[in-house]
Design a protein around this ligand. Structure first.
Ligand SMILES: [Fe+2]
Length: 273
């Protein structure tokens, strides 16, 4: 990822929607669907935690999964799997503010968390990758051409390997919100993409961390394709003053749980926005 950040950034404009709904249409559809899911769950129906066929998320209409997942023979795939360890990732790769000759613009932040299984056990030596827009909401990606400035001192990709306590830490810049083409005046809440590699390609999971109090939460169809408010809340990094570094950065905590009832919500394979 560090070698080729372009490949890691999100292909936002690939997601142009087939129609041009207004934000209030999207809000209305979202409210109706959330109410319907609640009704169905209250009447005993078991619904998946993530709704793949979520019409307000217009740009996924033609590409969301429509069939049940099929188990493939993992052995063949795993022959091609990498094994990452502490020695493969330099400590400096977790600091996205040190990748160029100057300092990137924006609010410096420290993001720390633990990678845990559902029993609360730390997952050590796991590769965690992040990618994000710069403070102006712009990705370094040929498909992101909206008129916000690129920052010559910010690439927006980093990686770390969890330590013996399952902990990781990134130093970066708070990303800005950015427009995308899901509907008229569609803006994504500020977010950092996270990938947790596991021990093989078949275990890779992808999610996003959001920031507390973002006014775009109720307007964002990706965030709202997660049915349950509890699951949505788990994607919001917690401001933690103890992680704030004096004279240096604001601190956020983002723990990731990879299975069980407290699991962090993960995206379907192709959902990288
Ligand atoms: Fe994104």
């Amino acid at each position: 990822m560090a070698e080729n950040p372009q490949a890691a950034a999100a292909p936002e404009t690939l997601l142009a929607a087939p129609d041009q709904a207004t934000q209030s249409q999207i809000n209305e559809e979202t409210a109706v669907l959330h109410a319907e899911y609640e009704r169905r769950v209250a009447s005993g129906e078991k619904l998946p935690r993530t709704v793949y066929d979520f019409p307000p998320y217009r740009s996924s209409i033609l590409r969301h999964p429509t069939k049940n997942p099929k188990l493939v023979d993992p052995e063949t795939i795993e022959l091609w799997s990498p094994a990452y360890g502490q020695r493969d990732v330099a400590a400096i790769e977790s600091d996205l503010t040190l990748q160029h000759s100057g300092e990137p613009l924006g609010e410096r932040i420290t993001v720390t968390g633990r990678l845990l299984d559902s029993w609360g056990r730390p997952l050590r030596n796991q590769l965690i990758e992040i990618w994000q827009a710069n403070s102006a909401g712009r990705y370094i990606h040929q498909r992101d051409q909206h008129p916000a400035p690129l920052d010559p001192n910010f690439t927006g990709a980093g990686r770390a390997v969890t330590n013996d306590n399952g902990e990781y830490t990134f130093t970066t810049i708070k990303p800005g919100p950015y427009p995308w083409k899901n509907h008229i005046n569609a803006w994504r809440p500020a977010h950092i993409h996270f990938s947790v590699f596991g021990q093989s390609f078949t275990q890779r999971l992808i999610t996003q961390m959001y920031f507390p109090g973002d006014p775009l939460f109720p307007l964002d169809p990706i965030y709202n394709s997660i049915r349950d408010q509890k699951d949505r809340d788990r994607l919001i990094g917690l401001y933690d003053h103890d992680l704030t570094v004096p004279e240096f950065s604001m601190g956020y905590r983002f723990d990731i749980v990879v299975d069980g009832p407290d699991a962090t919500w993960f995206e379907p394979e192709e959902g990288e926005h």
